[in-house]
Design a protein around this ligand. Structure first.
Ligand SMILES: Cc1cc2nc3c(=O)[nH]c(=O)nc-3n(C[C@H](O)[C@H](O)[C@H](O)COP(=O)(O)O)c2cc1C
Length: 250
């Protein structure tokens, strides 16, 4: 079984490709309670993005609540834009507390959805990044099939780095950083798609009702009017992105 969290589709695509190659199933952690009973020795995979060099808050919370029986070879794939930082070690420690041994961790470089910094407005460049990612995914599939062990994430950082970066993530997660522009048509897609129900539609406009969210930026990237922005202004210039596997999602 392969479980995934994916804000904008990269990690979902990776999970689905691995599952297809192994004849397995990929299941969203947004739909799956973290109580799993697997067949004895069954392969267990976790796929998710990197957020501020660690696992996304949604995935960390899910893993903290996890009860897991039966898992055999267990692996993590952290998708990332540049570097997965502490993700491998973060997952290994969280799983160890659950009595689960993480056999291996890998990373796959894909378009970087942190558009407050990274520019995804050139669709040709983005398509090329996704073409290259297919090769990285093939490599992970080969290594998982071979049962490779160890931390193979590229450009990893020691977990102690998290002492510095985690407070930054916590601050960035504050929903007061989101801005709504006049172009909003009140369609409610942002509220309906938010994995942590941080948005409600009130009088035809989205309102952030939680102080923090998981920071997946799905609301920003999937808004049909591109009316949701984050931070000081760069996101408006840096474009919207969802992986092609999400293009038809409601
Ligand atoms: C809040 C946030 C923080 C991110 N931080 C990192 C990071 O620290 N390192 C990195 O390489 N990519 C980072 N990224 C990029 C994502 O990890 C990458 O684009 C990922 O493939 C997105 O996966 P998804 O489409 O499944 O959500 C970040 C993206 C977001 C939204």
């Amino acid at each position: 079984m392969i479980v995934y969290f994916s804000g904008t589709g990269n990690s979902r695509h990776v999970a689905e490709r691995i599952a297809a190659a192994l004849g397995d199933r990929a299941v969203s952690t947004e739909k799956q309670e973290p109580r799993l009973v697997l067949a004895r020795g069954e392969l267990f995979g976790i796929v998710c993005p990197t957020y501020w060099w660690e696992l996304p808050p949604f995935m960390r919370d899910w893993l903290k609540r996890l009860t897991l029986d039966g898992a055999g070879y267990t692996f993590l794939v952290a998708t990332c834009g540049t570097t997965p930082g502490c993700c491998g070690e973060d997952a290994r420690r969280l799983l160890k507390k659950k009595g689960v041994k993480l056999s291996a961790s890998f990373s796959v470089k894909m378009p970087d959805t942190w558009t407050p910094v990274f520019d995804l407005s050139d669709s040709e460049k983005v398509a090329e990044q996704n073409r290259q990612a297919e090769g990285f995914i093939d490599e992970v599939i080969r290594r998982v099939k071979a049962g490779e062990t160890g931390n193979h994430t590229k450009g990893r950082m020691p977990l102690a780095t998290r002492l510095l970066t985690h407070p930054l993530l916590n601050s960035a997660r504050r929903t007061r950083h989101f801005r709504l522009e006049d172009a909003c048509v009140g369609c409610g897609r942002c509220a309906g798609g938010c994995p942590v129900s941080a948005i409600e539609i009130r009088e035809g406009r989205p309102v952030w009702v939680k102080e923090q969210c998981t920071l997946c930026l799905r609301c920003l990237h999937r808004c049909p009017a591109f009316a949701i922005q984050y931070g000081s202004g760069a996101t408006g210039r840096h474009g919207q992105y969802v992986h092609p596997c999400m293009k038809d999602a409601p």
